[in-house]
Design a binder for this molecule. Structure first.
Ligand code: GLP
Length: 259
C-alpha cells in the first residue's frame, strides 16, 4: 500500500484527481471504476474543470460505478445514477453507452448483479478503481463481514451505514436498506486502486484498513492484498495511524521523496 498524506482534504482530492487525469490522458480508452459520496465531490469537480478548460476528453473512457441503491427510482435526486450524471457525466463528454451503474430496479436483482460482474470482465476489467471508505470500513457497499471473495451482488446496508447516509436523506427511514454492489474480489481485480478518505470520522476505519489485521470486519483491509493500492488521506483521516511518521517520511506531503 502506498500511503499518501496531505495537509488538507482539498490537496488529497486534487492529487487523486490528477492520478485519474494522467490515466485518461495516457490511455484515452481506459476503464475507470467510480465511487459516489461526499468525499468524491472535489475529485469530480477537478475532472469537470479540467474538461471545461479543454484539457481532457472522456469520449473514449468506459466507467463502472461501484454500487446503487435497490428500488430507488433512477431519477431520484439521491440515486447514484443522479449523482454521477450531475457531478461528472453531464458536465463532461462521456458517451452514455460507455457509463455503467448497477440497475437497482431490475426485476431480477441477482441476475442484474451477475450481468454487471460479467460486463466488467467482458470489457477487459477495470484499469483504475476510485474508492471512498465508510466509517465502518466498507468499500462500495461491502459491509463488515462481507466475504473477501465476494462478487457483485445484493447486500443489506449495515445499520451504521443507514445512519451515516441518512444525512443525505430527509429521515433515516428514507434510506434504502438494500443495494447492488461490486464485491470485494471484483474491486481487487482492478489493475490499480486509489482510495480517498478525509476527515476525523474516517480515521478509525483508515487505521483498520492500513494497519489492522486482514479481516472481514474491516472490508477495506482487503486492499492490503492488492499490489497497486494508493491511499490518499488528509491529516485528520491519517491522525490515528501508528506509523504516521514513517508514511510521511516515505512520501513527504504525499510526494515521492527527493533522491
Ligand atoms: C457510501 C458509498 C461508498 C462511499 C462511502 C463514503 O455509502 N457506498 O462508495 O465511499 O459510503 O461516503 P462519504 O464520502 O459520503 O462519506
Amino acid at each position: 500500500m502506498k500511503v499518501l498524506i496531505f495537509d488538507t482534504a482539498q490537496q488529497a482530492a486534487d492529487a487523486l484527481a490528477d492520478k485519474l487525469i494522467k490515466q485518461v490522458l495516457s490511455h484515452p480508452t481506459c476503464t475507470l471504476g467510480l465511487a459516489t459520496g461526499g468525499t468524491a465531490n472535489p475529485v469530480y469537480d477537478k475532472l469537470v474543470r479540467t474538461h471545461l478548460a479543454g484539457d481532457i476528453s472522456f469520449k473514449g473512457v468506459r466507467t463502472f460505478n461501484l454500487d446503487e441503491y435497490v428500488a430507488l427510482p433512477i431519477a431520484h435526486p439521491l440515486s447514484y445514477h443522479t449523482y454521477m450524471a450531475e457531478h461528472l457525466f453531464e458536465p463532461c463528454d462521456f458517451q452514455t453507452e460507455n457509463t455503467h451503474i448497477p440497475n437497482g430496479n431490475a426485476p431480477d436483482l441477482a441476475k442484474e448483479a451477475r450481468r454487471y460482474e460479467n460486463a466488467i470482465t467482458n470489457c477487459g476489467g477495470i484499469d483504475c478503481q476510485f474508492l471512498g471508505i465508510g466509517e465502518n470500513g466498507h468499500i462500495g457497499f461491502n459491509e463488515p463481514t462481507s466475504s473477501l471473495a465476494s462478487l457483485t451482488r445484493v447486500k443489506t446496508l449495515a445499520p451504521s451505514t443507514v445512519e451515516a447516509n441518512s444525512r443525505y436523506f430527509e429521515t433515516p427511514e428514507d434510506v434504502p436498506r438494500l443495494c447492488i454492489t461490486m464485491g470485494i474480489a471484483t474491486i481487487l481485480r482492478a489493475a490499480e486502486i486509489a482510495l480517498l478518505a478525509v476527515g476525523k470520522r474516517k480515521s478509525e476505519a483508515v487505521r483498520n484498513m492500513i494497519e489492522g489485521p486482514l479481516a472481514a470486519m474491516c472490508p477495506a483491509s482487503a486492499l492490503q492484498l492488492h499490489q497497486h493500492a494508493e491511499i490518499y488521506l488528509d491529516s485528520e483521516a491519517a491522525s490515528r495511524l501508528e506509523l504516521l511518521d514513517y508514511y510521511k517520511s516515505v512520501h513527504p506531503c504525499g510526494h515521492a521523496p527527493p533522491l
